[in-house]
Write a protein that binds this ligand. Structure first.
Ligand code: HEM
Length: 107
């Protein structure tokens, strides 16, 4: 059953467009990863500051394989740099883990 890992990223007002731009620059970066089934970046439409990265994986091993890979480290290297030098626009993030427990398909 698909495993859903959600990274909830807190982004200050005014920095969301930059976050979206950085994700767009990495489009396709995870596509070849074993067990990766897709992701969406969700922008808040209310006054929240949490953007959601909804990722879908075959199982926990597949997700861990990516998180511990050089590709992940490379793609997230900005976290250790100051903002003015390509560092993160996010101020914090939280990882959530889910599986589908019910619902109905769209028509
Ligand atoms: C659930 C899986 C994921 C986790 C645990 C994760 C982890 C993080 C964390 C902790 C941050 C904030 C710190 C930082 O800027 O490095 C972040 C930001 C970011 N992540 Fe991820 N991420 C995930 C999925 C993805 C995916 C699928 C992509 C797209 C290829 C991606 C691309 C980015 C980008 C572009 C940023 C913004 C960095 C910035 O502010 O410059 N992440 N991620």
């Amino acid at each position: 059953m698909t495993l859903i890992k959600i990274n909830a990223i807190t982004v200050p007002d005014g920095s969301g467009d930059e976050l979206a731009r950085r994700f767009a620059q990495r489009a396709g970066a995870v596509d070849g990863q074993d067990g990766f089934e897709g992701f969406e970046l969700l922008r808040p439409t209310d006054d929240r500051q949490q953007w959601l990265v909804i990722t879908r994986w075959r199982d926990e091993d597949a997700f861990q394989g990516w998180v511990n890979s050089p590709a992940f480290a490379h793609g997230h290297a900005g976290a250790s740099r100051p903002a003015a030098h390509g560092g993160p626009v996010s101020v914090s993030s939280e990882l959530w883990s889910y599986e589908v427990a019910g619902g109905s398909p769209a028509a």
